[in-house]
Design a protein around this ligand. Sequence first.
Ligand code: SF4
Length: 400
Amino acid sequence: MNPENECSRRQFLKTTGAAGLGLLASSAAADFLSAQEPPRVPTRPFGKTGVNVAILSMGGMFDIPNNQLMLRQAVKWGVTYWDTANSYEGGNSELGIGKYFAKYPEDRKSIFLVTKSTAWTLKGMTEHLNLSLERMRTDAIDLFFVHAIRSISTMDKDMQRWGEKAKAEGKIRLFGFSTHSNMEECLLGAAPLGWVDGIMMTYNYRLMHTDKMRRAVDACAGAGIGLTAMKTQGGGQVLTNDPEELRLAGRFVQSGFTEGQARLKAVWENPQIASICSQMPSMALLSQNTAAAVNRARLSAGERKMLDQHAQANSAGYCAGCTDICEPALAASVPVGRVMRYLMYCRNYGTRDFARSRFQALPAETRAVMDRLDYTAAEARCPQKMPIGRLMREAISELA
Ligand code: SF4
């Protein structure tokens, strides 16, 4: 452990006492795990689709073939919404789900199974869909997403026809998209289309209270589109080791929740959000998040205020995904928002290999130009005051 992290850890433990270990166990989790028959995760309607989904979704960005017990436990606790993608773990995520269904075929009917394609061409999506069905040993995907769109223009008439055909063939039941960039515009554009069944978007305690996000979520909820929130921990790209952050974590632990659980609960307090997709690569995190999902206690006004204050105090370390603002200000095409996300995967999720593989998949000419580009104009436009140039260069040294 480097000295800086050790210092933070010591500070954290000092701030929270023994409860500092609440990152691993909160009193909510202890109650949940010690119950003879733990309650199951509640469900909510997924828009107007007629399907009820678990409010906690198992994100599949981990080594599922070698962690089959996680899926078994998820079923027992009612975490029956599973999210994966063609690209996760180089295909191993879907293969791991297929391995599970081969062993427990009776569980398939209780799972709301979601996968995504980043092909962005109709032919490529068809190939990905067929491969996903084969890998996961299933006849149909419950919800198929066009992954990571940056503009609603991707969801054009051809895409609509592709979705309708896949449904008619019985290969998918519902169709939609996911987005980490320009989420508000994508949602506002989707609401009037009338054929988008579901959306998964970046949405968290930092973003959910802006006027634009409220309008976007209202529009989709009004149109009956099912909404799943992701990136709900709001992890930033700038690592601060901020004592205030540690104090905040300690305050939540003292009130029975971890800070992470409080962030989930803040999102669930909006009934327009059907589910939260969370990457849970360990049993500890699965039990923490499940405990938060089954616990009906609401955040107190003081806890909500703490999260708001934290969001405001640390806004300069968090990329809000508004790539339409910064990327056009650059003299060359650099996917700033995507690189920010890879930094977040590396620094906050601890998935360095995945972040590196995504970064290295960027075109060579993009990576070459990133280092010498002038980011001054983009930084001047950024509403979050992100040090874009510094972060792009750090991404090169950490992920290249
Ligand atoms: S760097 Fe700034 S402008 Fe660009 S997407 Fe992130 S928050 Fe928005």
